[in-house]
Design a protein around this ligand. Structure first.
Ligand SMILES: [Fe+2]
Length: 208
């Protein structure tokens, strides 16, 4: 098999199916601060019967497209994306700029009366605040009105391609940003193919 023609730059946007597009637009606009870039009404979309609302957080046209089928189409109930056994998305993650911003967001989401599916954690087996899982990012979880799983996170680990390990400088700078000594911990070891990354962390952290 020939290799892909280039390296994909990033995951840039996500299309989410929603039960009620007005409710969904209001949520992403008023609660999460997205702006509407464009929208189609049912029947206006040349590629299908669904209405779409393109919403942006940064300056790119859409980071989220909300997709709603015509009112005549019965949408299957997916009340809990993160708990549903159906194939598809588990959650969508939106990045904020710092630990402080993330804490402000968690307080804000609680103040909206929304239930957090998971309180803020640091997904790390090495960080002094870590929960034993991977990624190094700090995150919390909730869901939109249609049940789509949402994560707010900051500090996703930067990786070294040559070692496939968390970048050492990034790791230590982040420790210091969060008020720890830069040498308080070492980056977690590189994943070994065929072995669960959690294999040697279960004892230390227990089952989450
Ligand atoms: Fe995530």
């Amino acid at each position: 098999m020939s290799p892909p023609p280039s390296r994909i730059r990033r995951v840039q946007h996500v299309g989410l199916k929603v039960h009620d597009i007005e409710e969904a637009i209001a949520f992403y606009r008023d609660v999460l601060g997205f702006r509407v870039s464009d929208r189609y009404n049912p029947g206006d979309n040349p590629y299908g019967p669904h209405a779409i609302c393109f919403m942006r957080c940064g300056n790119l046209h859409h980071a989220v497209s909300l997709v709603h089928f015509s009112k005549d189409t019965e949408m299957s109930s997916r009340p809990e994306m993160m708990l549903s056994p159906e194939v598809g998305l588990h959650h969508v993650a939106f990045e904020v700029g710092s630990k402080k911003e993330l804490e402000n967001w968690a307080n804000y989401i609680r103040a909206q009366g929304l239930e957090l599916a998971m309180e803020p954690v640091v997904h790390s087996p090495a960080n002094p605040e870590g929960d034993g899982t991977m990624g190094e990012n700090r995150a919390f979880y909730f869901k939109d009105p249609s049940g789509n799983g949402i994560e707010i996170f900051c500090d996703m680990a930067e990786m070294d391609d040559d070692t496939n390990r968390v970048n050492d400088k990034w790791f230590r700078d982040r420790l210091e940003r969060d008020g720890h000594a830069g040498d308080a911990a070492d980056p977690p070891p590189a994943w070994k193919p065929g072995v669960s990354s959690m294999a040697d962390t279960k004892e230390r952290f227990g089952k989450k």
